[in-house]
Design a protein around this ligand. Structure first.
Ligand code: SER
Length: 448
């Protein structure tokens, strides 16, 4: 198997599909156009939905791309080995052109041929859709893998939860998928251990979705055209193939981590807490840089994408403070992100000044909020009954003074006080509802 850098995988992937007659299209914006149901582009298929539904794409029926994506549902998990808020998805697309047979043959060739990735076929495992009342068992895909030379013991049938790609919204194109996993060589966690297991033995590297249905009104109707949507997460695949512990240990993050080391004077792997803080700063500033640098970029605010952006930047600042990074230095991390990605995403270089200015402004706002919040905390801390801060008060600190819950918790812990987190979440949800309803752009409160 070839040891690739992330830039090499990105290039090889596009070269391969260009050879197979695909037009290479640029990444769409991170901010979806004409889709109010989601804040960010969460998958490569997202910007292509109209074409999967039958509209004619100007570049034809075979496309390949590297799409910028953001998923913030697991933001609290960032800092472990696998979660990132921003990622790049390599994808090849058939818009009513080829279907399962060619899709599987292309994936097999790209992964196993020595001209391309040259992965040992015995290291690869596969899953196919088991079938249910909505759609039949995908024996066709199973048989194609066997035809490629896969031992049937490496193929598993799994249910809709695992082997179906559904629409991001309630309706839209969807279908069964076949997923490709890499065996890390770790021992099985149990006799039944298979690719659906999250013990870490099998890591998913590619997902081929066969979009032949349209989900509408809860039922699955056949689509007029059969599409292929594949997705390969660039960082995760590189981490898997390089055999490193996390995406942060791949070459994509080398410059970014080095910059954080220089700013903090600490070493990335000094302790589990330090490693986590490094990863959070690296991930959140990478994501914030891409949001600010996007052609449809937004600035920090209390609603929608601006709310997420604010949350990312402020969380990065909190962990930067923990690492002892001086104030207003995160622009150096953003510069490392631009150095790594500017060639592939020229919008980052073009919007460098905006990125730096907005990061700096948000940091200054946050420092002010922290000072005021600390003062308020000291003023009211004596009044907590039974050593518990009720949710409404914790939320008041957060909402009016921009005081993150984590910080309230830490300060309380030092004083033997606990925080009613459930009560805080209730108050937070009420505020989100109000914000959604009002679509206000008021900037006094801190979001996230
Ligand atoms: N839509 C699928 C995914 O995001 C394949 O691209 O995994």
């Amino acid at each position: 198997m070839r040891l690739l850098k992330s830039s090499e995988l990105r290039k090889l992937y596009l070269d391969f599909f260009r050879e197979k007659g695909h037009a290479i299209i640029p990444s769409a914006s991170l901010i979806p156009e004409n889709d109010p149901t989601v804040l960010f582009t969460t998958a490569g298929m997202h910007p292509l939905v109209p074409y999967l539904m039958g509209a004619k794409h100007p570049e034809g029926t075979r496309l390949a791309d590297v799409q910028k994506c953001i998923r913030t549902g697991d933001i609290d998990e960032v800092g472990d080995t696998s979660h990132c808020t921003f990622f790049e998805m390599l994808g090849n697309w058939s818009l009513g052109d080829y279907f399962k047979k060619e899709s599987i043959a292309y994936s097999w060739e790209f992964l196993t041929s020595d001209k391309w990735l040259g992965i040992d076929k015995d290291k690869l495992y596969f899953t196919c859709f088991a079938g249910d009342a909505d759609a039949p068992r995908d024996t066709y895909s199973h048989d194609r893998w066997v035809e490629m030379g896969v031992d049937p013991s490496h193929i598993f049938y799994l249910d809709k939860k695992h082997n179906w790609w559904g629409p991001a919204g309630i309706t839209g194109p969807c279908g069964p998928d076949t997923e490709i996993f890499y065996d890390t060589g770790k021992p099985k966690c149990c006799p039944e251990c298979n690719p659906s297991c999250d013990c870490g033995k099998y890591l998913e590297i590619w997902n081929n979705v066969f979009m032949e249905y349209n989900k509408a009104d809860g039922s699955y109707l056949p689509l007029a055209q059969h599409n292929v949507d594949t997705g390969m997460g660039l960082d995760r695949t590189i981490a898997t193939l390089q055999g490193v512990e996390s995406v942060y240990d791949t070459d994509a993050f080398t410059g970014i981590i080095k910059t954080i080391e220089e700013l903090s004077g600490k070493h990335y792997k000094d302790s589990p807490e330090i490693t986590r803080a490094f990863r959070i700063v690296a991930d959140h500033i990478r994501c914030a840089t891409f949001i600010l640098g996007d052609p449809r970029g937004v600035t920090p605010s209390n609603v929608d994408q601006g709310y997420i952006l604010r949350r990312l930047i402020r969380r990065a600042i909190r962990f930067a403070m923990q690492l002892g990074i001086p104030d207003n230095k995160l622009d150096a991390v953003a510069d490392a992100v631009i150095a790594q990605y500017g060639e592939v995403y020229p919008e980052l270089t073009a919007n460098r000044e905006k990125i730096m200015t907005e990061l700096d402004k948000e940091e200054t706002r946050f420092q002010k909020a922290l000072r005021n919040g600390t003062r308020e905390f000291e003023r009211i801390k004596g009044s907590f009954e039974n050593g518990v801060i009720d949710g409404a008060t914790a939320f008041h600190l957060y909402d009016t003074f921009g005081f993150p819950l984590e910080l309230t918790e830490e300060m309380c812990e030092e004083r033997g006080i606990t925080v009613d987190k459930d009560g805080f979440e209730v108050a937070m949800e009420e505020q989100r509802e109000r914000a959604r309803a009002a679509r206000s752009s008021d900037e006094t409160a801190w979001a996230g």
